[in-house]
Ligand binder design. Structure first.
Ligand code: FAD
Ligand code: DLZ
Ligand code: SF4
Length: 510
């Protein structure tokens, strides 16, 4: 029999048809899976994230063994654990007399480079669990001045036929975002997410994570995430039956007592391979065809996966390894301790951070227009913001997190992703949430005692970057509004914003 090859399966590659497994031979090759310090420690991940990945890895390995694969699985506390993925490959290569490795290309430059430096013969295969291949994205990007998601998304609709009627978009509109900006009313009948009681295998992981990562930011328990493909499938069905119908309409809404609203909570399952993106989109399209959801909901949801998710992955690899370190606006302030749960008088931030700490989850508008918006207008160094998002969310892997944070949210890529900075005063937050009513600050107050900090910092940000944004078709209007303001008021706004930022940088509670 020919020598065995090692088949690397990483913690976010838990799909039976993943490229490396598809290219391997069951009776011959050895699947290598490893819980390693290099992956748990490259940032201080939320304990729920480590628990999800380890529990799902262990159950996936057990399933592969049941299916007849030879699996070499290393637990974090195994004595021989080499501590890194290349280290584990070298150890297993020696153990099994293997020289070749089959691997699916990781979703992060850091790990791709580590594998390229490993002195084994490693065949890095394209990750085929995406709807657009690298080639598809590069073909689309070639020769374009601007890489806007909307046009990529239309191409993907045509490629897959999703929500298409011949050559035309279903309902004659590509995008129903206009219908999707309603604030929500709190109500007892909002759908509740589907959670699972940890079984014995998950409990074992929770104990390990508690002892090793108990000091990381974030609450480990209660832990209710799905840890197998079957459970993730149940979460998707639960969403389609109970929440999809209202997903579009209330997509941007925020409520203090409703952390999940009509969101699906499937991002982590998609990202670690428990759900397949095309299958999810087809299930949602079918729900619309059966009359279970209106077009604005189905289109809005499918756009997030077929459009945004595929697009940000394309951008991450298109832009290259330096992307997460970009700082086009030269923001240098440190991330204030309030992001780690220190006291703040800003109710919106306090709620978003507390929810993140407890759930390892916040929905898109909380990430973009609360924590992201504040970091941008407070001019925080985007590298620190990037690290924060990578650490605290259950679904955070660099290929998807960095474009969203560095690009969409912090404009640190200079506008590769966003055509304007996502900044707002308190007005937007007040319109889309019930947060302001319970805040120490007053959203209606523009300057002076109790003025909402977003009202001050918004203008401060715009003025600091006037040269860059003044001519922008989507930002010029803001400068005209500023110029029409009374001069004394303009001075007060800028002075108070400076005072606020100084106090924040000194570590005072703001
Ligand atoms: P839903 O609102 O139900 O949306 C459905 C699905 O669409 C999601 O599960 C997700 O797979 C996909 N999706 C939606 N928006 C995006 C987007 N902008 N980019 C990529 N996919 C999207 N998403 C991650 O998966 N990982 C991250 O690390 C991550 N970091 C983010 C950081 C910032 C600053 C911002 C603004 C957004 C980030 N997002 C990230 C995108 C988005 O916020 C999450 O995908 C979403 O909140 C996950 O919750 P959900 O599954 O309930 O999503
Ligand atoms: C995120 C993560 C963590 C915390 N731990 C492991 C691990 O121990 N072993 C592993 O194979 N993968 C882990 N992962 C996922 C990897 O970090 C991920 O594959 C890369 O970031 C590329 O997306
Ligand atoms: Fe946030 Fe300002 Fe509203 Fe307070 S008043 S919750 S700081 S937007």
């Amino acid at each position: 029999m020919s020598a065995p090859r090692l088949v690397l399966v990483l913690g976010d590659q838990l799909t039976p048809s993943v490229a490396a497994l598809a290219a391997a031979e069951k009776g011959r090759d050895v699947v290598v899976m490893a819980e390693v310090a290099a992956e748990t420690d490259y940032v201080r991940h939320h304990p729920k994230k480590i628990a999800l990945i380890f529990a799902a890895m262990r159950k996936f390995a057990a399933r592969l063994s049941e299916d007849g694969w030879q699996v070499a699985y290393t637990r974090l506390d195994d004595e021989e654990n080499a501590g890194s993925i290349p280290g584990e490959l070298l150890r297993r290569a020696e153990e099994h007399g293997a020289k070749q490795v089959i691997a699916t290309r990781p979703g992060e430059w850091r790990l791709i480079e580590a594998l390229e430096d490993c002195p084994l013969e490693i065949d890095l295969l394209e990750d085929t669990r995406f709807i657009a291949s690298h080639d598809d994205f590069e073909q689309w990007a070639k020769g374009r001045k601007a890489l806007r998601m909307e046009y990529f998304y239309r191409e993907m609709r045509r490629k897959t036929g999703l929500l298409m009627e011949g050559d035309n978009p279903a309902g004659d509109k590509w995008n129903y975002d206009h219908d999707n900006r309603k604030p929500a009313e709190d109500d007892l009948f909002l759908p509740k997410p589907l959670w699972f009681e940890p079984d014995e295998a998950t409990e074992e992981v929770l104990s390990l994570v508690e002892s090793r990562f108990g000091k990381n930011f974030g609450k480990l328990r209660p832990f209710g995430f799905a840890t197998t493909a079957e459970e993730a499938e149940q979460v998707l069905s639960h969403f389609i039956e109970n929440a999809l119908e209202n997903f579009g309409t209330y997509q941007d809404a925020m409520l203090q007592n409703q952390r999940f609203l009509y969101h699906s909570l499937i991002s982590a399952y998609l990202n670690i391979g428990l759900l397949d993106p095309l299958d999810v989109c087809q299930r949602v399209e079918a729900a619309w065809q059966q009359g279970k959801a209106p077009i604005n909901a189905a289109e809005g949801f499918i756009r997030q996966i077929l459009g945004w998710r595929e697009y940000v992955r394309g951008i991450y690899f298109h832009e290259g390894p330096d992307y997460p370190r970009r700082n086009a606006l030269n923001h240098q302030r440190s991330l204030p301790p309030l992001y780690w749960g220190a006291e703040t008088r800003m109710n919106c931030l306090s709620l978003a951070v507390k929810q993140t700490e407890e759930e390892a989850y916040a929905h898109h508008i909380q990430r973009l227009m609360i924590t992201g918006n504040f970091a941008l207008i407070a001019q925080i160094n985007p590298a620190e913001v990037h690290e924060w998002y990578l650490e605290v969310y259950i679904d955070a892997f660099e290929w998807v997190e960095a474009p969203n944070t560095v690009g969409m949210s912090q404009f640190a890529d200079g506008g590769v992703i966003a055509s304007k900075p996502y900044v707002s005063s308190g007005n937007y937050i007040n319109k889309m949430s019930d947060y302001c009513g319970a805040c120490d600050y007053s959203v209606a107050t523009k300057t002076g005692e109790g003025a909402c900090p977003f009202n001050l910092l918004y203008w401060h940000f715009l003025l600091r970057h006037r040269d860059r944004f003044e001519q922008g078709p989507r930002t010029a209007q803001m400068y005209r509004t500023w110029d029409r303001m009374d001069e004394a008021r303009r001075e007060t706004v800028l002075r108070e914003a400076e005072t606020f930022l100084d106090r924040m940088s000194k570590g005072e509670t703001v």
